[in-house]
Design a protein around this ligand. Sequence first.
Ligand code: HEM
Length: 528
Amino acid sequence: DYVWPNEEIDDLEAILYEQQSIFGAPGSDLASFVSGCSGFGEGTRGGGRNFGAEWLRTAYHDMATADVNAGTGGVDASIMFETDRPENPGKGFSETFGIFSGAYTTRTSMADLLAAAAVISVGTCSNGKVIIPFKAGRVDAAGPGPSGVPQPQEDLASHTASFARQGFDVSEMIALVACGHSIGGVHGVDFPEIVPNPPNTGTDNMVTFDTTNDDFDNKVATEFVANITQNPLAFGQNETTRSDFRIFNADGGKVISQLAASNDYFLSTCTTMLERMINTVPRSVKLTDVLNPIAVKPRNLFITPNADGTLYVNGFIRITNTTVDASKSQVFIHPKSRSGKPLPVATATTKQGMSGGCDYPNCGPGLIFYMFNTTISAEDGISSFTIEIQNDAAGKTSQYDNGGSGFPFSDAIQPLFSLSNQTQLTVDNVNYNQLNVTALVLNAEDFSDISLIIPVPVNFTAPLSPWTQSKVSMKPLSKVPGTNHTLYTASWKAELAARTHPFDIVATGNKGTVSSLYNTWDNVPFVF
Ligand code: HEM
């Protein structure tokens, strides 16, 4: 059962189900990039690019070098090191990386993001008819893997062998290729031997696989079977590159006819095949259970000291509309003090506009954001809270205690966003991000080290790099009058390429460690 916070799934859960949000990253609506399947990218490029198709092709090319018998390869983001290979032409890969690398963190692998990209792509392009169950836990490759993405000029025997290596038999190969080639098309700029490539008029000279290039549907099969297809890999000018023709006929045309006969059958087959595709991972990788939208999830929590020895505590709780009914439920926050002394109960409220959820149907429930605030004495402090919903969506009263010990939230150490800021500066023609953080630390004398820690890539110029820590020691600023809290401050500066990875504040001493982990820059005011 879910316990908050969960490093492995919190961000991916937001990417998948909190596509529309009152907050920014990581749920900053990656799905909007593929709205309508093509996404606004097509508009700005004058047509011819379909972001949904690019994301799906990227996930497949990442997986396609898997060797399931050896237990190697699969969705591991090795594709990021492999785009200079002849088997991986086109800008679809770099466009996909460009969109998703903003969500790549120490907690979310690029491989999980590429799998999520496939899920969101197909979800959007099918208008919610294909919802691929998503598991997290993929691990990024440290470098390129073997080559082996199937190419259109190869013969059927080599395609059959290639798909067998990936774990798909002939029938499954036919289905998986039909599913993939339901959206997008072949671009003349990348494959001039397959489709005409006159001077590019801004469409990259795309010829689509079927007449519904931004609908994930079985037209690719119906038009093939009816012999009216425009699919360049089936009846293109170049016979050698008619790989779809050879593959769709590999079993005498049985599977492609079944896929053509029923769109429902096509969609359910593709759900199964694509789920297997994204779950093809190296043997050493252990995936999580299938993710589901989390019913009650704290989203942003803040503590601010007042001048009179009290602490102002406020925050947001995200609740699914299958759990809460905004029109009649009442939501209460029960803070738990450090001292053991009872604290007043806070009422959480929502209002119009404080809602979110998915961009496309069937992806997840509606989400309602509740906010609360309370003032507590700094002496009592806060260590956690529980949530009570009266008259919930089922008409009952329910308590949410996060698996028993409450939702952890402590004034032992917290960044003070109102006293922090971020800025960008240029020194000697190099652009930097700078973060100036002020933090609240309780009983600072207990600690020998208080640091601001920000993960940065080991290698800024690699397509995908593991993380290392950039650590800055925090300096005491002043005591907060009437409390045992001290303000600490530190500044961190790094080249823009280091990006704004969420930051940690950690204090260590011989009595133990306290930390406030994974604080988003979105809450830090920007100063110009
Ligand atoms: C023998 C196997 C396959 C071959 C030879 C093949 C070949 C191709 C080629 C040549 C293109 C044109 C790319 C471009 O111009 O941008 C393409 C596009 C595409 N392929 Fe495949 N493919 C195969 C299997 C698959 C599979 C299994 C999937 C996914 C399940 C897939 C998904 C896609 C998608 C979505 C596009 C459209 C990309 C876009 O419009 O940007 N392909 N494929």
